[in-house]
Design a protein around this ligand. Sequence first.
Ligand SMILES: Cc1ncc(COP(=O)(O)O)c(C=O)c1O
Length: 389
Amino acid sequence: MRAATRLSRIPTSFWAEVGQAIAALRAQGVDVIRLDVGDPDMPPREEIVDTLSAAAHAPDSHRYPGGSGAMELRQAIAGYYARRFGVTLDPAREVLPLIGSKEGIAHVALAFVDPGDLVLVPEPAYPTYRLGTYLAGGEVHVVPLRPENGYLPDLAAIPAEVARRAKILWLNYPHNPTGAVATASFFAAAVEFARRYDLLICHDAPYCDVYYDGYRPPSMLETPGARDVVLEFNSLSKTYNMAGWRVAMAVGSREAVAELARVKSNTDSGIFTPIQRAAIAALEGDQSWIGPRNAIYQARRDLILAALRDAGLAARTPVASLYIWAEVPASHTSLTFTKGLLEAQGVSVSPGAMYGVGGERHIRISVTAPTPRIEEAMRRLRAYCASVV
Ligand SMILES: Cc1ncc(COP(=O)(O)O)c(C=O)c1O
């Protein structure tokens, strides 16, 4: 058999490789602490789990749920956007439930990208923007994100002939891996850019409800004119501690929602009905616990930042997202540092190189482990830095 040539551009998942290395260390008895994934460690609210459980016992729960999501879930998503962002969405035409946002991010390229088409992908960035483009046969034009520009792309630096050829511009704020956030004026400039060059902006916003220090991330759909040119991806994974449940949404441009729904109606058969019911409970239920949950993440963020300072590693203070983006010592690359830290101290963080060349010389540390484990990991990180710097 001969695999498709498009797969030659798709690497084996980095996480699969790290997972193997960690399994081997654990088999030798090493107590590994994982701060390399943004996977919430706290459970969802009990009411959400109870709704899933009750719905799983209902006799009508087990048939094919239908690809476009129950209207009640679309309405609950629209209700969340209205309350949280003041954005009014038509649940029938501007909302599409997803089996996790990663699913929609990968599939949207099939709806808009023909072989040879260009997609504007920032770097550093979540890898699926690039890999989804490759799966559709498209080409990536890298848009560098630089610290001196607050990790916002310089849209004016994209050559006009490149912008004219591009079908999609990917954006992601709050940003993985750097924790950077966008300004309203940047979003306005991006909408104007999309109109000028007739392209779709895919804005990926799964961290919009993980925020600190009084900052509250906006939806890009709050930007005037955005609903015609923006498809926003959002997820219950981080907002409601439901990463394993695989439920998310794409909202905004009617045209983009319809085209993505066309791909999905031919590739999946929807989200398990009890999960849809539990997602409604999450979106419509009490939201007051999110503030105290974020306060726990913020305290973890602060203890990581303090440890990095002690260790002599420079880091940004993020006001949103689950991540701290720190520089590695001059003697290291991001890969040698992460490998060394894992082997010497049993602490796993992710190397910046994973997020594209723009991420080199950095590591990403996640706040999603119990606080005592993070304290222990930081004690080990200080010891490692003292031994190598
Ligand atoms: C920027 C970004 N987008 C999308 C996702 C995928 O989220 P989901 O669990 O909704 O598939 C992640 C997960 O870490 C992410 O960091």
